[in-house]
Design a protein around this ligand. Structure first.
Ligand code: SAM
Length: 256
């Protein structure tokens, strides 16, 4: 399975939970035109269409654009780079970006580009994962690797995935980009898993940096990490037979 399909299968049910709050924060409403940066399988784009606004989804991965076109035939999609948006200044009423800036090589460049293509008075809204804590699934993963493996294994160059993952940091980054009326809020959401092994499986099939981190561990560490994750997940096992793992997001928004 390619990562784009794995992402759609394992992460989309989770990241879909952030969609309406992201659109609300960007003021998405009837008849406006919206850019969805790092659209992935197009969940945000689909919700924009439902609000009767027009939307263009952009992603640098051709396979993702193929999936998004299949999922949201009423939206337009384009292969392109978030760090160099192929649009004139002031082209959009609103710009949204779900869990995208954390994957872009130069996130600050992407934020500046989002601001450039917004009309004056238009609003941007971006989502990221909350930083790892003992109360969330990301924290369980990182604590398990820290205890039984090595968090400092060499990985391909990439941005710090958690650089916007606190409200204060999110507000600072958006204000530094020049946005006004900046807000940041935490959104509670849950990863629903049928089996305790599904968390690691989901990361291996649809993740990028977390998958790299797991792949770089040696065999015995991998086994110990998987066991620690399984054990840690017990606290999230619910009476209806599923695991509900807290995976909060932070949504930051601002006006040009
Ligand atoms: C984690 S997915 C987010 C998908 C979707 N927006 C969501 O809310 O679930 C991140 C997406 O960003 C895309 N991406 C990463 N770097 C990019 C860049 N420089 N320009 C455009 N897209 C990029 C990836 O191909 C991937 O589809």
């Amino acid at each position: 399975m390619v990562v784009s399909e794995g992402y759609e299968q394992h992460y989309a049910p989770l990241t879909s939970q952030t969609v309406s709050a992201t659109l609300d924060a960007a003021g998405v409403r009837k008849h406006i035109n919206v850019l969805d940066v790092c659209t992935g399988p197009g969940m945000l784009a689909a919700a924009v269409v439902k609000r009767e606004a027009s939307v263009l989804g952009l992603d640098f991965c051709k396979q993702m654009i193929g999936i998004a076109m299949r999922n949201v035939p009423k939206a337009s999609f384009l292969v392109g780079d978030a760090q160099s948006l192929p649009f004139d200044d002031g082209s959009f009423d609103a710009v949204v970006c779900g869990y995208g800036v954390i994957h872009v090589a130069e996130p600050q460049k992407a934020l500046s580009e989002m601001r450039r293509v917004l009309k004056t008075g238009g609003r941007v809204s971006i989502s990221v994962w909350e930083r790892p804590t003992p109360m969330n699934g990301v924290g369980l993963l990182f604590a398990s690797i820290k205890k039984h493996g090595d968090l400092a294994v060499p990985l391909p160059d990439g941005p710090d995935s958690f650089q916007f993952s606190q409200k204060k940091k999110m507000v600072g980054a958006l204000e530094e980009t020049g946005f006004k009326e900046v807000t940041a809020k935490i959104i509670k959401q849950e990863w629903e898993l049928n089996d305790a092994r599904d968390l690691e499986a989901a990361i291996m099939k649809g993740g990028v940096r977390a998958r790299g981190l797991l792949e770089a561990q040696n065999r015995s560490a991998r086994i110990a990490i998987a066991n620690a994750i399984e054990l840690g997940l017990k606290q999230y096992f619910m009476s209806d037979g599923v695991y509900r793992v807290p995976m909060p997001a932070i949504i930051g928004a601002g006006t040009k």
